[in-house]
Design a protein. Structure first.
Length: 528
C-alpha cells in the first residue's frame, strides 16, 4: 500500500542543510584547482567528473555513518566528513611539509619511501578525525566548520570570476588565421619535427652536472644534421615558444597584457597555423603525436595516441595533477603495482607509427607527410630509473622544478638521446631525403619563477639555451647560422623547399612572467 504524500517539514530541511556543506567541501578543491590552473586547462568535463565522484563518495560515507550511528546528530556526521575531505584533498601539502621537516628512509634509487608519508598522514587523519567527532557534540562546531568551508569556496569562486573577467580578450582568431604565404613548394620531401620539451643546450648540461652531450651531437652531425651551438628559445614557456615556431611570428610583444590565456593558444598548437596550413596547401598530410588532447581536435589527418601498456587505469597529466592533491596517486602507483597507465607518446610508439603510417605497406605514398612529435620525457625526468623503466611522478610536483632533480634529469637526457638516434636511423634508412628537425622549446626548469629583475644570467642561460638540430636538403644548411632561433625554423624550411631566399626575423628572447602575471620583457637580441 502506498504511503500518502507528505509535505517537507523542518526535519527534511535539516537533512538538506546538513548535506550542503559536504557538497561545498567536495566542490572547493576543484574550484580552487581551476582557479590556479585556468591558464593551463579548459577541461571542465574532467573537473566536473571529479566533483561528481567526490560527491558520490561523500554520499556513500554519509549513508554509512547514518547506518552505523543512527542516533547521532547529523551535524556530527557532517563535521567528520568535512574534516576528512579537507585532509584528503590537502595530502600533497601535507606530503611536502613532512619532506621539508623530517628525514625519511629512502629506497635504492634515492627516493623517499612513500609508505612512511602515507602512514603518518593516515595517523594524523585518524587523530584529527577523532578530535572533530568528539568536539562536534554541539552545533557550534558544525556551524564554525561549515562557515570556514563556505567562505573558502566563495573566496575561490570570487577569485575565479574576477580572473575570468579581467583576463585579456582571446587572440585565438588573429593567431590562427595568420596567412601562410609564400610560393608553392618545389620539393616535397617528408618533414619531421621532433620537439623535445625541456631539453637544455650542450653548455647548460655541462653547467648543470658536467654532462657531456658531444657524443650525441656528433652522432647527429654524422647523420647529416647541422648543430646550432648558440640557439636560444624565443620564449621560456612551451605554449608561446612552440606557438611562435608554428606561427613563424612572435606572439607576445614586450609590455603588460600582451599574453592571452594559455588555452587561447590551443588552436594554434593543434594545427591551425601558418606552418601546417602551408604544408597542407602543398598536398601534405599532417600527423601529430602528442599526449595532450588539445593537439588532436580535427586539424590533423592522423592522430597518434599513446598505446604502451603500463596498467589497467589510463590517466593523463590533468588527472595526475588532480590525484596528486590526494593520497590516491601514491596508492594507485604502488598498491597494487602497475595498475596505472599514464597516457603518453613514447619514442617506441612514434617509431611504430612511422613504420606503419608513413612507410608501411598500407601507407599512402601519393602525399608527403609533415609529422609533429612532442616528447615530454625530460620535462618529468621520465627515465630516472632506467631507459626501459617509465617513472610516473615519484615525487611531489615541485621537486621537478628544483635543482635536486638534476641526476634524474640528466639520466633522462642520456636515455632520450639513444631513442632519438634510433628514430632518426629508422627514418633515414628508409627515406634519405627526409627533412628532420629536432628542437627543444626551452631549457631546464628553475627552482623558482622570480620576477625579471631577480633572474641571474645563469637562470637565463639555463632556461633559454635550447637544442636545435636541422637536417635539410642540398645547399640549405649553408643558410643556417649558429644563433638561429625556433621562430625562424620553418621560415628556413619553406625557403629551402620553395627554392627561394629565406626571410628571417630577428632572433630575440623574451622573458614572460609567472602564471599570475602576463608581463613580457625583451631579454636579449642575438647576433647572427
Amino acid at each position: 500500500m502506498t504511503e500518502p504524500y507528505r509535505k517537507a517539514g523542518p526535519a527534511d530541511v535539516g537533512k538538506a542543510i546538513a548535506v550542503l556543506p559536504i557538497l561545498a567541501a567536495c566542490a572547493w578543491p576543484f574550484v580552487q584547482f581551476y582557479n590556479h590552473n585556468r591558464a593551463e586547462t579548459d577541461d571542465w568535463p574532467t573537473l566536473l567528473v571529479g566533483f561528481a565522484l567526490a560527491s558520490c563518495a561523500a554520499g556513500v560515507l554519509y549513508g554509512l555513518l547514518r547506518l552505523l550511528f543512527p542516533s547521532t546528530e547529523r551535524s556530527r556526521h557532517a563535521n567528520l566528513l568535512l574534516v576528512l575531505f579537507l585532509l584528503f584533498f590537502n595530502y600533497n601539502a601535507f606530503d611536502i611539509l613532512l619532506r621539508d621537516i623530517l628525514e625519511f628512509p629512502k629506497d635504492e634509487h634515492g627516493f623517499i619511501k612513500v609508505r612512511y608519508v602515507l602512514l603518518l598522514w593516515a595517523f594524523c587523519t585518524l587523530l584529527v578525525g577523532g578530535l572533530a567527532w568528539w568536539l562536534a557534540r554541539g552545533r557550534r562546531a558544525w556551524i564554525a566548520l561549515t562557515t570556514v568551508v563556505s567562505v573558502a569556496l566563495v573566496m575561490s569562486g570570487v577569485q575565479l570570476v574576477a580572473g575570468l573577467i579581467s583576463q585579456q580578450p582571446t587572440r585565438e582568431a588573429s593567431m590562427a588565421t595568420a596567412t601562410a604565404g609564400g610560393k608553392d613548394l618545389v620539393h616535397r620531401p617528408n618533414v619531421y619535427f621532433f620537439l623535445l620539451d625541456t631539453y637544455a643546450r650542450r653548455d647548460s648540461l655541462v653547467e648543470l652536472g658536467g654532462f657531456d652531450n658531444r657524443p650525441f651531437l656528433a652522432a647527429m652531425a654524422e647523420r647529416g644534421f647541422f648543430v646550432s651551438p648558440n640557439s636560444y628559445a624565443n620564449y621560456p614557456k612551451t605554449f608561446l615558444s612552440l606557438g611562435s615556431t608554428f606561427a613563424m611570428e612572435y606572439l607576445a610583444a614586450p609590455g603588460e597584457g600582451t599574453v592571452a590565456p594559455k588555452t587561447s593558444y590551443h588552436v594554434l598548437l593543434s594545427g591551425n597555423n601558418g606552418t601546417v596550413r602551408r604544408f597542407k596547401d602543398n598536398g601534405y598530410r599532417f600527423v601529430t603525436a602528442a599526449r595532450s588532447t588539445t593537439y588532436c581536435i580535427g586539424y590533423e589527418d592522423i592522430c597518434v595516441r599513446g598505446d604502451r601498456d603500463f596498467g589497467l587505469i589510463t590517466i593523463g597529466e590533468l588527472e595526475i595533477n588532480l590525484l596528486q592533491m590526494t593520497p590516491l596517486l601514491a596508492i594507485l602507483k604502488r598498491y597494487p603495482p602497475d595498475l596505472v597507465k599514464f597516457e603518453d607518446i613514447f619514442p617506441e610508439t612514434v617509431k611504430a607509427s612511422i613504420l606503419r603510417d608513413i612507410y608501411g605497406p598500407k601507407a599512402s605514398t601519393s602525399r608527403p607527410t609533415f609529422y609533429f612529435y612532442h616528447n615530454v620525457a625530460a620535462h618529468g625526468s621520465q627515465y630516472e630509473l632506467g631507459c626501459d623503466t617509465f617513472s610516473l611522478y615519484d615525487r611531489p610536483r615541485e621537486a621537478f622544478h628544483k635543482m635536486e632533480a638534476i641526476p634524474a634529469y640528466l639520466k633522462t637526457i642520456e636515455c632520450l638521446n639513444d631513442k632519438i638516434l634510433d628514430l632518426t636511423d629508422t627514418i633515414v634508412e628508409r627515406d634519405p631525403d627526409a627533412v628532420i628537425i629536432v628542437q627543444s622549446d626551452h631549457g631546464v626548469a628553475l627552482e623558482a619563477w622570480e620576477e625579471f629583475e631577480e633572474w641571474s644570467e645563469r637562470d637565463f642561460e639555463l632556461r633559454f639555451g635550447v637544442l636545435n638540430l636541422m637536417r635539410l636538403p642540398g645547399d640549405c644548411p649553408d643558410s643556417i647560422y649558429p644563433t638561429i632561433s625556433p621562430v625562424n625554423t620553418f621560415r628556413l624550411v619553406f625557403a629551402c623547399l620553395a627554392d627561394e631566399p629565406a626571410t628571417f626575423l630577428p632572433d630575440e628572447s623574451y622573458w614572460v612572467g609567472s602564471s599570475t602575471s602576463d608581463r613580457v620583457v625583451l631579454w636579449r637580441s642575438h647576433e647572427k
